[in-house]
Design a binder for this molecule. Structure first.
Ligand SMILES: Cc1cc2nc3c(=O)[nH]c(=O)nc-3n(C[C@H](O)[C@H](O)[C@H](O)COP(=O)(O)OP(=O)(O)OC[C@H]3O[C@@H](n4cnc5c(N)ncnc54)[C@H](O)[C@@H]3O)c2cc1C
Length: 549
């Protein structure tokens, strides 16, 4: 859909294209796995559509720890090839979108009677550097107690022995998903959200398309395709069941929760990966105005569409944080937001949630449905490459067309391109100067750049046309305008949850600007007063569910 702008105003045009085209591939699921496959297959020259039943990244891909990491914990489980693969991938993804995948130094404190001894950490991180091919300046450094406390004064002085200091990357998972999708459109890919696959179409026993329902218009229609990839994360087995092929290996879902605190309540100077008394480890990561911390890892068998943080989850994490940072004394009412997601792992008999492998796997059913499960946000590009390589062989046998070899490692994501990370830093500096005249703090330039990259200029151009007295409101409205015009926003939840991350990282603004945002939605999409009321109630309920414990 190269010539159709990616806005809900064009929904019916996109539906017509989906109905009328004979695709090479339909990807089901608009999380990071599906988004990566859409970009990979479209860029090789295949005709590809992607359908997502809710909003893009509304499943696990907006609820991760938001780290593009080399998987230090897999070293503990001796999954060396996984450490090597994800380590290499994170360097590639950083290069493709350095505004969105940003270096983040991590501190691993060494504690008396902790799970890592000094020599184990030193050797472990060294092996990690080698396997993950870490660049010289990012190689691990061992710090003594005084150096560690200088980096993070909130650590417990009495039991602290020192630390390992190593390199990770942090991202915004939902935006990474969306920018992959937008980049794929440039190669002819056709993605659409709020489009649920209900059934498969078969031709001589082989899948030949999908029957979908448009959740906005209520209309049902069919999409024809030579091949179908089921990239529905936690829902993979549900579609295998629809395809009558749920046999052999199956999914094992585990829930992971993160809590968000105001920066002043958990004033970390530095990201920390630390011991929990039960032997697990967790992250605490400062980000803009907040610090977030997680995660849990518990078996999950309830409703996949309603994954929530329970009081027990919150208390478990609060205890773990208070244990490592004894002066902060966090309590439930300090939690300003939270999120909970499901890891779509592959079941292994007798293993606990934390022991299950994070490796990805591909299942191909007798009727040709290709399902991809497991894996990590970090490894999405490589996962896509693996499955599209398999598909390409099959497709070339059918079409006798020769498609290109993979080259996603050379495709900068929308929001770039940048030659080096240094350029991103310069861009933030320039934006900070530009925005100073309007009274914005440097945070705003940082937020815009790490959310939209170079697209920030389009937002600022609209901001400059706004004449309201509240500069923050003017900026949010300019962001909304950009997201409506370019990012297939359909509901206010899409904007608050996944385009801006405001529900997690700036929840006060959600409540403060809700009415203004609802008004724009009403005008822009002609939503009825009744629909707007439903949106209002949904957001108000979500704010409470995410923040009240
Ligand atoms: C708590 C937690 C922390 C994590 N932290 C990290 C981390 O820091 N770094 C990292 O690399 N990885 C991390 N992961 C793993 C990573 O987030 C996941 O591997 C990844 O997001 C899975 O993406 P996915 O696209 O496979 O699934 P999803 O993102 O869930 O996407 C699947 C999509 O399919 C859609 N769908 C389902 N059924 C249908 C249907 N019938 N029709 C159309 N669409 C459908 C769903 O709505 C959903 O959007 C974490 C995971 C969790 C849970």
């Amino acid at each position: 859909m190269k010539n159709i702008k990616f806005t809900n105003h064009n929904r019916s045009k996109i539906v017509t294209e989906l109905e009328q085209t004979e695709y090479d591939l339909v990807v089901i699921g608009g999380g990071i796995t599906g988004a990566g496959i859409l970009l990979d297959a479209s860029s090789r020259g295949m005709k590809v559509a992607l359908v997502e039943k809710e909003d893009f990244a509304s499943g696990t891909s907006s609820r991760s720890s938001k780290l593009i990491h080399g998987g230090l914990r897999y070293l503990k489980q001796f999954e060396l090839s996984l450490v090597k693969e994800v380590g290499k991938e994170r360097a590639i993804v950083h290069r493709l979108a350095p505004h969105l995948v940003i270096p983040e130094k991590m501190l691993l404190p060494l504690i008396k009677n902790g799970s890592y001894s000094e020599w184990m950490t030193s050797i472990g991180l060294k092996v990690y550097d080698i396997l993950a091919d870490v660049e010289e300046e990012d190689k691990r450094k061992m710090k003594n107690k005084e150096e560690t406390l200088a980096l993070e004064p909130l650590l417990p002085e009495d039991i602290l022995k020192g630390s390992g200091y190593y390199a990770e990357y942090r991202t915004d998972d939902a935006r990474l998903t969306l920018e992959n999708i937008k980049t794929a459109i440039g190669y002819g890919g056709t993605p659409l959200n709020y489009t649920q696959v209900e059934e498969f179409i078969y031709n001589e026993g082989q899948v030949a398309g999908v029957k979908v329902i448009d959740k906005i218009s209520g209309e049902a229609y069919s999409i024809n395709s030579r091949f179908i990839i089921n990239a529905t994360g936690p829902w993979v087995d549900e579609l295998r069941e629809v395809n009558h092929s749920k046999e052999g290996k199956q999914l094992h879902l585990t829930k992971g929760v993160h809590l968000v605190f105001p920066r002043e309540k958990l004033p970390l100077k530095q990201s920390v990966y630390f011991d929990i008394p039960d032997g697990r480890m967790m992250f605490a990561i400062p980000r803009g105005k907040v610090t977030y911390a997680g995660t849990t890892d518990t078996n999950y068998t309830l409703d996949k569409n309603e994954v929530r943080t329970t009081i027990e989850d919150a208390d478990y994490l609060l205890n773990a944080i208070n244990n490592m940072f004894p002066t902060v004394n966090l309590v439930r009412k300090d939690i300003i937001s939270s999120w909970a997601g499901l890891r779509p792992l592959i079941h292994e008999e007798g293993k606990s949630p934390s022991e299950l492998s994070r490796k990805d796997e591909i299942f191909i059913s007798d009727s040709g449905l290709i399902s991809m499960a497991g894996g990590k946000l970090t490894g999405y590009r490589k996962m896509a490459e693996k499955v599209v390589n398999k598909l390409q062989k099959k497709l070339e046998r059918t079409t006798h067309i020769e498609y290109k070899e993979v080259f996603t490692h050379k495709i900068p994501l929308v929001g770039g391109p940048w030659k080096k990370y240094k350029q991103v830093k310069k861009y933030v500096k320039k934006l900070t100067q530009d925005l100073e005249q309007y009274g914005f703090e440097p945070y705003t330039a940082w937020y815009l750049t790490t959310t939209y990259g170079r697209q920030s200029e389009q937002i600022i151009a609209v901001f400059k046309t706004k004449s309201g007295d509240d500069k923050n409101e003017n900026l949010i409205l300019a962001e909304l305008d950009f997201c409506i015009q370019n990012e297939m926003v359909v509901t206010p939840m899409d904007f608050f949850f996944r385009r801006t991350g405001m529900l997690y990282f700036d929840i006060e603004s959600v409540t403060k600007y809700l009415e203004k945002i609802l008004t724009v939605f009403g005008v822009s999409f002609n939503y009825s007063a009744e629909q707007i009321n439903v949106f209002r109630e949904t957001i108000e309920k979500e704010v409470i569910k995410h923040s009240s414990f």
